[in-house]
Write a protein that binds this ligand. Structure first.
Ligand SMILES: NC(=O)c1ccc[n+]([C@@H]2O[C@H](COP(=O)([O-])OP(=O)(O)OC[C@H]3O[C@@H](n4cnc5c(N)ncnc54)[C@H](OP(=O)(O)O)[C@@H]3O)[C@@H](O)[C@H]2O)c1
Length: 329
């Protein structure tokens, strides 16, 4: 099969399409002939050598894909060869074939183009489990969500899911083009963080109450302002560390608010936990995708051979939503 390999840790140019041994479905796995994969910020870190794949994962980049079932490992009878699916991967999406534990594979949402379905698993599973999941954000109808980086893959998903489930959404983004896009998508308030202190504006918009859940991609520099605009009983959910990992937390503020700080990643979790997240995400969000109430926001679709260009684009943050790579067979 052909796959994108990282020839050495470095800039986007190190991504090269090469002939590599075919992926093979082991026991409990599904072999997928990949139609498309999508770029995640984590792929940029892996390319630079800063985010190695967990033990047992394919060595290639790619945390999600869509495609057709090409084979079934021992003990798998949930899918049929030829069925259209999408999957949450621990790696290996930038390739013609990938083998995935069956619990991470789901039928592609009906009514969505199979190429577009590649942009669903990582963002929808992350947002569902982190913003709404019982063990993290527990966001409910009538509550307020602040999601940073509203134009990102994660942000565009969170805005739509939260708004369609009856929460009020506030968000941040770095340009007017992006804040306007976020408002069209369902955010009630979109703050240009380059022009305003987001915490001041959030407190102003919520009449001093703050928000119930924050989905944070920045880490250290946003810890204090996130705490400042968190409501009593609030949940600060850290899912990215783009601004740094070490910050100072005012435990007094946490105590006064009876608040929670929760940080977690999806990729390194055991297969059984990922299977639970994938099943919950499917149950709760596939009906919204299939009715057209929410959709993956796709900036553009490039060819797998253009992976370097896709990484440059995501690195520049000029994109809105996801950048998809179509895989020729
Ligand atoms: N924990 C997990 O399992 C998990 C899973 C998936 C993703 N993530 C994390 O979620 C985040 C988004 O991922 P993605 O793949 O959707 O990335 P992405 O599309 O590349 O988005 C990154 C976003 O960060 C925004 N940003 C940069 N500086 C900012 C600032 N100071 N304040 C607010 N926003 C800022 C950029 O927007 P502007 O251009 O507006 O600055 C951009 O939209 C990343 O941190 C990623 O690592 C975590």
């Amino acid at each position: 099969m052909r796959a994108v390999v990282v020839t050495e840790p470095g800039p986007p140019e190190v991504l090269q399409v090469r002939e590599v041994p075919d992926a093979v479905a082991g026991p409990g796995e599904v072999l997928i002939r990949v139609t498309a994969t999508a770029v995640n910020r984590a792929d940029l870190l892996q390319r630079q050598g800063n985010y190695p794949p967990p033990a047992g994962a394919p060595p290639y980049l790619g945390l999600e894909c869509s495609g057709t079932v090409a084979g079934l490992g021992d003990g798998v009878d949930e899918f049929a060869v030829g069925e259209q699916v999408c999957a949450l991967l621990a790696g290996g999406g930038y390739a013609q074939l990938v083998a995935v534990p069956v619990g991470q594979v789901v039928p592609a949402p009906r009514g969505l183009a199979l190429v577009d379905a590649a942009a669903v698993p990582e963002a929808f599973c992350t947002v569902w489990s982190m913003a709404f999941g019982e063990q993290a954000g527990r966001l409910r109808r009538g509550e307020r969500l602040l999601v940073h980086g509203g134009s990102s893959g994660i942000g565009t998903t969170a805005i739509q899911l939260a708004a369609s489930l009856g929460a009020t959404v506030l968000t941040t983004a770095g340009t007017r083009r992006k804040t306007e896009f976020c408002q069209r998508l369902g955010a009630t308030v979109a703050i240009n963080y380059r022009e305003e202190e987001f915490a001041d504006r959030v407190l102003e918009e919520t009449l001093g109450d703050g928000v119930d859940v924050v989905l944070d991609n920045m880490g250290a520099p946003y810890l204090a302002p996130n705490m400042r605009c968190l409501a009593v009983g609030g949940r600060l959910i850290v899912l990215g560390l783009q601004g740094g990992r070490r910050g100072e937390l005012d435990l007094g503020a946490l105590l006064a608010r009876r608040a929670t700080v929760h940080a977690a990643g999806l990729r390194a979790r055991p297969a059984a936990e990922k299977a639970r997240i994938v099943a919950e995400t499917r149950r709760n969000t596939w009906p919204l995708l299939e009715s057209g109430a929410v959709r993956p926001v796709i900036d553009r679709v490039l060819r797998l051979e253009d992976a370097a260009e896709a990484h440059r684009l995501v690195d520049s943050s000029e994109h809105i939503g996801k950048v998809v790579l179509r895989v020729a067979q």
